[in-house]
Design a protein around this ligand. Structure first.
Ligand code: HGY
Ligand code: MN
Ligand code: MN
Length: 449
């Protein structure tokens, strides 16, 4: 396996006898430097999409992409795209990448790790003067944590009405996107056609407990859960907490509390195929939010996930029925607004098998598992073959300042990604390469950079 890779890569180095490896020290140094952007006193990171910290991290990553000999572009959806040219520039690209934006109190690995591993792979190829047949692209997708606007626009699945993304806690999306280099007025131009893409492989921390519980092997992702995210808006009547009799209240917070318990009950269901679904109310804003006034309004979020769309449909049907009953007996109005919908999606079987073979050749233990987090990969899967590699998360923790993955696992994961891309470089044979091989039997050798 590695022999073919070495001999097929145009390079000015002798044939490699041991598998090519990334520069692990440089990868972890890049992780530290990006992790310092938006660093919080508790050791976590806050690098919200479209923030000055998001922009600063993207500029730093762009400088590393350029140092790796990549050409860098930013599309209208503010996706930062580094391209390392292959021997055949018209060949479809092998793509990796992830996101740099974080949740408000994050760790340094979620998203950032997949971006920097991709950049490190380009730097390694550049250091060794190597050129795969296919161009390799590393993409920093815009706003993965809230709207996934970057990958959705690239896949041609983004809602073009900016009001769809309206949220009481965030500025209008067209302002944010343009702040980090996008061009909302030209959003459709970010759509990529499938011809230019050969495959997309995302490397990510697991963000859950499965790999650590299995002795921390590498994660071979089988598929990515479906996810639906809503804003729940509950309207009651603000009124005096002292003078309003209990029987006359339209208490939005009482209604919200009953909705939350219904969400949790549906999330806890077992039997009849249930058991792996999740349901969460993660954010809430109530008004007027003062001790002596009955809450007149509650805005909160709902996040439900499962590998089955049918189960997600059933969960929502049951919840909407419950919300109707709650609205009636609390004399409130409950509105549901869809904010995000991701379809459950399996990975491409040949990419899955390629990753498994690479782990075997690198003698790294591997375990299959579904991703219960959403990723840009599941959006890009609609326009090209997709695979995912996970590395273990200590304690299964993520979206928290205590998120941690060991340098050893980070480096192993990046080497798996490197060799997966190089293997896929052989798998997706370019017509020009076939032509080139014919030539090379006549003495023309592939050019080194
Ligand atoms: O919500 C998710 O699964 C991802 O972290 N955005
Ligand atoms: Mn992520
Ligand atoms: Mn995340």
């Amino acid at each position: 396996m590695f022999g073919t890779i070495a001999s097929n890569l145009a390079s000015n180095t002798d044939n490699l006898t041991t598998p090519l490896t990334i520069n692990g020290e440089r990868l972890m140094q890049m992780m530290t430097e990006v992790g310092a952007i938006g660093a919080l006193p508790n050791g976590g990171v806050r690098r919200l999409a479209f923030s000055p910290e998001d922009r600063e991290a993207r500029q730093l990553v762009q400088s590393w992409m350029e140092a790796a000999g990549m050409t860098v572009t930013i599309d209208a959806a503010a996706n930062l795209i580094g391209r390392y040219e292959g021997r055949f520039p018209h060949a479809p690209a092998l793509v990796t990448g992830s996101h740099l934006d974080t949740v408000p109190n994050a760790g340094i690995y979620d998203g950032t790790y997949g971006v920097l591993a991709g950049v490190e792979i380009a730097r390694t190829l550049h250091d060794h003067g190597m050129r795969p047949d296919h161009p390799i692209e590393v993409i920093v997708f815009a706003d993965e944590e809230r709207t996934m606007i970057g990958s959705k626009a690239m896949a041609g699945k983004a809602k073009l009405d900016p009001n769809f993304y309206d949220h009481p806690h965030y500025e209008p999306i067209e302002i944010g996107l343009n702040y980090i280099g996008g061009d909302w007025s030209n959003l459709p131009s970010a759509q990529r056609n499938t011809d230019g893409l050969a495959a997309f492989v995302e490397l990510h921390v697991e963000q859950g407990p499965v790999l650590e519980a299995a002795g921390s092997p590498m994660g071979l992702v089988t598929g990515i859960v479906g996810q639906r995210r809503y804003l729940i808006d509950i309207e009651g009547q603000a009124s005096h907490a002292g003078t309003t009799p209990m029987a006359m209240r339209q208490d939005a917070l009482v209604a919200a509390s009953q909705v939350i318990l219904a969400v949790n009950r549906i999330g806890q269901k077992t039997g009849d195929g249930y058991g792996d679904q999740v349901a969460t109310v993660g954010a809430m804003k109530l008004s007027p939010n003062v001790a002596n006034t009955i809450p007149g309004r509650v805005e909160m979020t709902l996040d439900i996930r499962d590998l089955s769309n049918q189960r997600l449909d059933a969960m929502m049907a049951e919840l909407e029925q419950e919300m109707g009953a709650i609205a009636t007996h609390t004399d409130t109005q409950i509105h549901l607004k869809l904010q995000l919908r991701n379809e459950p999606i399996p990975v491409s079987s040949h990419i899955y098998n390629t990753i498994a073979q690479v782990c075997e050749h690198l003698e790294l233990p591997v375990q299959s598992l579904p991703s219960r987090a959403s990723h840009d990969a599941q959006i890009i899967a609609s326009i090209t073959d997709m695979g995912m590699i996970f590395v273990p998360s200590q304690g299964g923790i993520s979206h928290s300042e205590t998120e941690y993955t060991s340098p050893e696992h980070c480096i192993q994961g990046a080497n798996i990604l490197l060799h997966t891309l190089l293997e896929l470089d052989q798998h997706y044979r370019c017509p020009e390469a076939m032509d080139d091989i014919t030539h090379s039997t006549t003495g023309d050798t592939p050019r080194a950079i």
